[in-house]
Each structure stands twice: as structure tokens, then as C-alpha cells.
Write a protein that binds this ligand. Structure first.
Ligand code: ASP
Ligand code: MG
Length: 417
């Protein structure tokens, strides 16, 4: 049994959906769980719906219409027979979404977010599943919310592995094709939760772990894992093989090609991960396996934008040591700020933070009472794994560097954007 994951870019239009069949044919796959993300940039569009809804803006209707029209356009092309039952199914999802908004009383952003954005995946998987069926590929559509159980940390839920494994073993057939959603899950009260942006890779990892899959393939619009994001870095090269450890490090530092949580479940069961091109599915791409050497052995570049560099020193020149540092980390944890880099000296302490939940300003006020605080917003964190002197000097050129640090394997610098 294999797990295939198709991201938003791979099913962003009619051709993309049709290409899913091409991938199944070229890889000779008949037993697989197919995990699909929302089409194209639909998750962003749904985030806009949440924004318009909670802020009661006049654009709410337009933003909902956009979601409706986007999918209907694709449906009309895929199913020339306008009476196909899929039209009705998608209409039901859209009206469910509208009912959810009408009935909701909560003003909690994270909760409302998850109840709304899940429709992107529910709709995309229904379209893919119905299209496969229409083309003679029998498959089962499963609602991932009946399978993946989590706590109620909306937008960043933690998986309950025992319950999830039980559900998946019970409900997912090991033969034939299953189609289900990435990114979405449910809490103990059956409210929808999500696993973090780009979390569909992680869903693929969860399914693979629970059924002990033979492999996971992530189908991308790039040939595999490259040694840098081609939108940011020039002359990037394909990494043909890497180890789980290396992939975890790359993902941790912000390589967006694989969601950071995806690799842990795969590594625990030594399930190989392939990252391949959905345009050329027969090409090798990148394989991620246990203990593999990095081939080719070259520097790998990662950038994380829109970070915050926070530097603290004590008001009275006392040391920043264990007790302060542990208090600070508690605060970062409580405010859901992700720490990407740490540097400290006797009286000062700097961290690079990812303010995903927009809580930084609250924390900032709190810290000012106790520390001298300098903060620089909109900075970029660059990381080079396996850095060489040449690679570093090239990257540093013409940049306003605020802080840098390097260890044997990893060089990092924070620069003004
Ligand atoms: N659709 C979700 C997102 O765009 C999940 C994913 O694509 O992996 O973040
Ligand atoms: Mg996506």
C-alpha cells in the first residue's frame, strides 16, 4: 500500500485533476491512499472568508462567491454532463459552509478558522474522487475528520495517535484506492481541527504510519527536494537522496518543500518518502530514507521571511541566565511563538521568532517591564546546511546582517528584509 499526496498546486485546475490519473498510470499504482490538499490557493481564499466574516466586512459575499465560482469552473470542464451528482455534492458543501457561518456564535479566530478552511479539502477531494470514478478508477472517499483525531488546539492540533491508528486500521481498506483530505482532522467533540498550514504532507505521514505503508510520495511542481527554493536562490540543484535526519533539519529551518512534522512518523517506521514531479512522474526525484548520505553533497540554502529578531538585556546589567531564560521560554511557549535561532551572552539574549499567531505585541509589552528590549520586525533568517566559505560569502554579499552564528553543520544569519 502506498500513500500519494497531491498538494494544492498539483490540482489547481482542470489539467491538474486530470493529471492525477496520469500519475497513477505512469507509476502503475492500484493500491494507494490519495491525500489531496485544497485546490490552488483556495486555503488563502478561505482565510479571507474568515477574515471578512469575523470583521463583518462587506466583502464576505464576494469572498464566498470566489470559492463557489472557482470550483464550479473546474467542475464544468471536468464533467461535461451538467447533471453529474458531483455538482449537487459540491453545492451541499458550499451551503454547509454558509450554514456554519450563519449559526456560529464563536468569535474565537482559531476555532472559526478551522470550521471554515476545511471546506477547501472537502471539496477538492470530492472532485478528485468523482473524477477518478468517472474515468473508471473505483475509489472510496473518506472524511479525514472521522479518522485523524486530535486535541482542540485549533490551527495547530496535536494528533491522538492511538485513536487515529485505530480508526485508520478499521476504516481504510488496504486494497484499491482511497481518497481523503490532507490538513484536516477533528477534536474529541468532533469539531474540525487543522494541522497547520501546508499540513497535508503531515496527514500523508500519519496515514502511512498507521497502515505501515510501503512508501509515501509527495507530488510537486518541482523535480524533488532542491538545495534551495528556486523562487529565492539561483542555480539550485536536485538532491537525489537524503536521510530522514537531514530532511528533518531542512524542514525545521524552513525548507517549505516538506512540512516539518511529516518526517517523524515516517522515520519511526522507516517508511521511505519520495518527493517527485507530478509533471514527470517517471523521474526519480528525491528519496528520503534512513541513514542515506546526502547526494550530491552540496550546501543547502533556506530562508524564512517575516521573522522577528528580539534582543533582551537586563535593566540592571545582571546576567541573563537559567532562571530568566527558562521564564522567557515559558513565555514563548505560552504565546505560541516559535523560536528559530538563539544567541546569548552574559547580559544579553537574542532570539529569532516566528509570530504565526500574532501574539508578539502582547508579549512585547510584558517583556518591557522587565528587560531592555530591542526588536526588529520583518527580518529574514537564512540558513545554510553544509556551508562552505564560498557559499557563505556569496550569501552575505550586499546584505544588512543583524546577527550570525555558525556550527559545524549549520550557518545562520538574520538580515533586514
Ligand atoms: N490546504 C492547506 C494549505 O494550503 C494544507 C496544505 O496545502 O498542505 O495550507
Ligand atoms: Mg496548500
Amino acid at each position: 500500500m502506498k500513500v500519494f499526496k497531491f498538494g494544492g498546486a498539483s490540482v489547481k485546475d482542470v489539467k491538474g485533476v486530470q493529471n492525477v490519473i496520469n500519475v497513477l498510470q505512469k507509476t502503475d499504482t492500484s493500491n494507494a491512499i490519495i491525500i489531496v490538499s485544497a485546490m490552488g490557493k483556495i486555503t488563502n481564499a478561505l482565510e479571507q472568508v474568515v477574515h471578512n466574516y469575523l470583521n463583518q466586512t462587506t466583502e464576505l459575499k464576494d469572498s464566498l462567491d470566489y470559492i463557489k465560482n472557482y470550483h464550479q469552473g473546474i467542475l464544468r470542464e471536468l464533467f461535461k454532463n451538467g447533471r453529474h451528482p458531483v455538482f449537487e455534492k459540491i453545492e451541499v458543501f458550499i451551503s454547509d459552509l454558509e450554514t456554519t457561518l450563519d449559526r456560529n456564535k464563536s468569535t474565537q479566530y482559531d476555532y472559526v478558522y478551522d470550521q471554515v478552511v476545511c471546506y477547501g479539502e472537502l471539496i477538492s477531494t470530492t472532485i478528485v474522487s468523482e473524477y477518478l470514478l468517472d474515468q473508471g478508477y473505483k475509489n472510496h472517499w473518506l472524511d479525514a475528520r472521522d479518522l485523524i483525531k486530535t486535541d482542540n488546539s485549533y490551527r495547530d492540533a496535536t494528533v491522538n495517535w492511538d485513536k487515529t491508528q485505530q480508526n485508520i486500521i478499521e476504516k481504510v481498506s488496504k486494497i484499491g484506492l482511497t481518497v481523503s483530505q490532507g490538513f484536516i482532522a477533528s477534536d474529541p467533540n468532533n469539531f474540525t481541527t487543522t494541522l497547520g498550514r501546508e499540513g497535508s504532507d503531515y496527514s500523508a505521514g500519519i496515514f502511512a504510519y498507521c497502515i505501515q505503508a510501503a512508501s509515501v510520495s509527495i507530488w510537486k511542481d518541482v523535480p524533488g527536494v532542491l538545495n534551495g527554493d528556486p523562487r529565492v536562490f539561483k542555480n539550485v540543484k536536485l538532491l537525489s537522496q537524503i536521510s530522514y535526519e537531514e530532511a528533518i533539519e531542512l524542514a525545521f529551518y524552513g525548507a517549505s518543500v516538506i512540512h516539518p512534522k511529516t518526517l517523524q512518523p515516517l522515520q519511526r517506521k522507516e517508511i521511505p518518502l519520495y518527493v517527485k514531479s507530478f509533471i514527470n512522474p517517471e523521474n526519480e526525484g528525491t528519496s528520503v530514507k534512513k541513514g542515506q548520505r546526502l547526494i550530491p553533497f552540496i550546501p543547502c540554502y533556506i530562508v524564512k521571511k517575516n521573522q522577528i529578531l528580539l534582543s533582551l538585556s537586563s535593566l540592571d546589567f545582571s546576567f541573563i541566565v537559567e532562571d530568566n531564560i527558562s521564564e522567557l521560554f515559558n513565555l514563548f511557549y505560552n504565546y505560541q511563538l516559535k523560536v528559530d535561532l538563539i544567541q546569548n551572552s552574559a547580559i544579553s539574549f537574542s532570539v529569532c521568532l516566528d509570530d504565526k499567531f500574532n501574539t508578539f505585541d502582547q508579549l512585547h509589552t510584558k517583556l518591557k517591564a522587565k528587560f531592555r528590549v530591542i526588536c526588529e520586525k520583518n527580518v529574514s533568517l537564512f540558513t545554510i546546511r553544509h556551508a562552505t566559505d564560498d557559499a557563505i560569502s556569496l550569501l552575505e554579499r550586499n546584505k544588512n546582517i543583524l546577527l550570525k552564528q555558525s556550527t559545524k553543520e549549520t550557518y545562520q544569519m538574520v538580515v533586514k528584509q
